[in-house]
Design a protein around this ligand. Structure first.
Ligand SMILES: NC(=O)c1ccc[n+]([C@@H]2O[C@H](COP(=O)([O-])OP(=O)(O)OC[C@H]3O[C@@H](n4cnc5c(N)ncnc54)[C@H](O)[C@@H]3O)[C@@H](O)[C@H]2O)c1
Length: 349
């Protein structure tokens, strides 16, 4: 049975002195990540905006830590953050660009300022954190790990969270691009994509969606957890920090450019076909089988006349739309046309 998320599975191994910066770590997921990194044996630089100073000052348990207020959307503040962390804790080994904001608003009500602020924090903030950290690691001449925070919304946009979703797609883009260019410096770059995690950010989303739908406080989160997630239990920040711990550890040394989906939002899983979809899949494979059988028969000069393939494309077109909905996100980086259906369609001509 899947365990609840709160218990720690940290096993401290002695990798020597290591340091990490976690942005947006005064609360929520970032705080859980900072605590987990301390348990894993890192000295931790806690960062957040000045308004969350109380959270910054709480520090991490049992390890050396340093708190530094900085707005990640401002390049010069990120440069100061990295410089101060190195001065106080030593060489930078891991950067975790966790800070992010969300806003609930219908697409056509969004102003330029709304979109700009979302991208300033979620995209420029991440870009600043990635690039300033990479420069520091290259200057040190040491290998490093850079980790960013995406979201399941980076794979499937959510209504009323369109600019948030778009900003998280950009996180995946930068993560892959940085991974390619940083490889020669022995720096790996990966991201984590949480689903519905019980944090102040979701309190805000829940409240704002409730204002539009009339749902009571907490009901949207509960309903979405029940209807949209595969494991059917609310996710907590520690579910995320366990995965981030892996991305920061030597166990993930041979992994780069990946965005790890943590919580299985059901619609992102291929195992969530409805029974109607299964019938169509069955039909589709029957057609492929018939086609291949006829192909063999023709090839070896036996039996039936040439198989009429003219009826296949319609079925395939219908099936294609099903697969588009349920495509496997992990295949996107490997397959040019980005979906399972593309592979199948190619393979049957
Ligand atoms: N909660 C979820 O369900 C969920 C799901 C997917 C992804 N995420 C992502 O996880 C990350 C953490 O989210 P959370 O749920 O813990 O939210 P949160 O609001 O509880 O915490 C985010 C932290 O980032 C800080 N922050 C915001 N702007 C900043 C800036 N410009 N500079 C520095 N710090 C800044 C905030 O002050 C806050 O402490 C975000 O990137 C978010 O998009 C959250």
């Amino acid at each position: 049975m899947a365990s609840g998320g709160k218990s720690s599975t940290a096993v401290t191994k002695d990798y020597g002195k290591r340091t990490v910066i976690v942005t947006g770590s005064a609360r929520g997921i970032g705080k859980a990540v900072a605590l987990r990194m301390a348990e894993d044996g890192y000295d931790v630089c806690i960062n957040d905006i000045a308004a969350n100073k109380a959270g910054i000052d709480e520090g991490t348990l049992g390890r050396q830590s340093y708190g530094h207020a900085a707005d990640v959307s401002k390049r010069c503040e990120v440069e100061e953050l990295v410089e101060a962390s190195v001065k106080n804790l030593g060489n930078l080994d891991v950067m975790i660009a966790n800070a992010g904001i969300a806003q609930v608003k219908p697409l056509l009500d969004l102003t330029e300022d709304d979109v700009r602020r979302m991208f300033e924090v979620n995209v420029f903030g991440l870009f600043n954190s990635y690039s300033v950290a990479a420069k520091q690691m290259i200057k040190q001449g040491t290998p490093g790990k850079i980790i960013g925070c995406a979201s399941v919304a980076a794979y499937k946009p959510m209504a009323l969270l369109s600019h948030y979703s778009a900003s998280k797609w950009a996180v995946r883009g930068f993560t892959q691009a940085f991974a390619i260019e940083m490889a020669e410096h022995k720096i790996t770059v990966n991201a984590y994509a949480p689903g519905l995690v019980d944090t102040p950010m979701w309190d805000l989303i829940d409240e704002e969606i409730g204002k539009k739908t009339g749902a009571q406080k907490g009901d949207t989160f509960k309903k979405m957890t029940e209807e949209k997630t595969a494991l059917k239990r609310p996710s907590v920040p520690e579910d995320v920090s366990k995965c981030v711990s892996y991305l920061a550890s030597p166990d993930s040394d041979f992994m780069t450019g990946q965005t790890l989906i943590i919580e299985p939002i059901a619609s992102l899983l291929s195992c969530t076909f409805s029974s109607r979809d299964y019938k169509r899949i069955q039909l589709f494979f029957e057609l492929i089988l018939t086609y291949l059988t006829k192909l063999c028969e023709n090839r070896f000069g036996k039996l039936a006349p040439a198989f009429e393939v003219s009826n296949i494309p319609d079925e395939m077109r219908e099936f294609h739309s099903v697969l588009q909905d349920y495509r496997l996100p992990c295949m996107e980086s490997d397959v040019g046309e980005g979906s399972l259906s593309a592979i199948i369609c190619k393979s049957v001509g």
